[in-house]
Design a protein around this ligand. Structure first.
Ligand SMILES: Nc1ncnc2c1ncn2[C@@H]1O[C@H](COP(=O)(O)OP(=O)(O)O)[C@@H](O)[C@H]1O
Ligand SMILES: [Mg+2]
Length: 237
């Protein structure tokens, strides 16, 4: 059930007073507050080891914070009983590595998260068409290019039509030409499907596409900078 604060005007993602320490006193997240507007693209930049993946995993409910609160579309994630289902329905994940299963076709890979649904095949085909892979659905991952594999991973992430997409260095493993097509795709997901995106990245070229850029350092947000080149969501605070 959605709680009473849920409304069209609540941010897509609200993070309050978030902390996460790993064994060995590794303070990966040390007091993060963040609000991401519905339909916004946010980039998170920072050095390796600064805690970006930990923060993204906490937001995506893949991991639990020691302290603090995460709300997704107004819903407090700490009170969700079936987190696996919540994630499947609300959040798409894209990682640096595609994690496609090598023996399955792209279609079968993309249909995996919605296995058992009567229209799984159709939805998976649609998602693959959406990422420009309508002509490759029967291929196995080894028979397509690196960029196509990453696009298939994006198709798998969006097959369930989540409103939020979390991407952890999604272009870390591809060359700049492919990077640019992946970025076009992210922007299309934002503008055409109205998705909210958080993209962790090292690449300034990736961050340039975002509406705001979070500079992250030692487990904290150092600065949140509106992107003057792409400030379509000017009223976002
Ligand atoms: N599961 C874990 N157990 C223990 N330490 C971890 C774990 N995951 C990450 N860390 C440590 O937490 C810190 C932040 O890691 P991470 O969130 O992966 O940073 P980033 O994504 O910015 O490179 C690092 O020091 C890393 O070694
Ligand atoms: Mg990381």
């Amino acid at each position: 059930m959605l709680d009473s604060e849920t409304s069209a005007s609540s941010p897509a993602i609200l993070v309050e007073g978030l902390y996460k320490t790993y064994p060995g006193k590794i303070e990966a997240v040390r007091g993060v507050d963040l609000s991401v507007a519905d339909g916004e693209m946010l980039a998170i930049m920072g050095k390796s080891g600064s805690g970006k993946s930990t923060l993204l995993n906490l937001i995506g409910t893949l991991d639990r914070p020691d302290k603090g609160r995460i709300k997704i579309h107004g819903q407090d994630t700490s009170s969700i009983s079936n987190l696996a289902r919540f994630r499947r329905e609300e959040i798409g994940f894209v990682f640096q590595l595609h994690y496609l299963l090598p023996h399955l076709s792209l279609l079968e890979n993309v249909a995996l998260p919605i296995q058992g649904k009567p229209d799984a095949q159709m939805l998976a085909t649609e998602a693959l068409e959406q990422v420009g892979l309508g002509h490759r659905i029967r291929h196995v991952p080894t028979k397509v290019s690196g960029g196509e594999r990453q696009r298939a991973a994006i198709a798998r992430a969006i097959v369930n039509r989540p409103r939020v997409l979390l991407a952890d260095e999604p272009t870390g493993n591809v060359d700049s030409e492919i990077e640019s097509t992946l970025l076009d795709l992210f922007q299309a997901l934002q503008s055409e499907l109205g998705m909210t995106l958080i993209v962790v990245t090292h690449e300034p070229t990736v961050a340039e596409r975002a509406n705001r850029i979070v500079h992250y350092k030692d487990g904290k947000i150092e600065e949140i900078a509106p992107n003057p080149e792409n400030a379509v969501l000017k009223d976002v605070k």
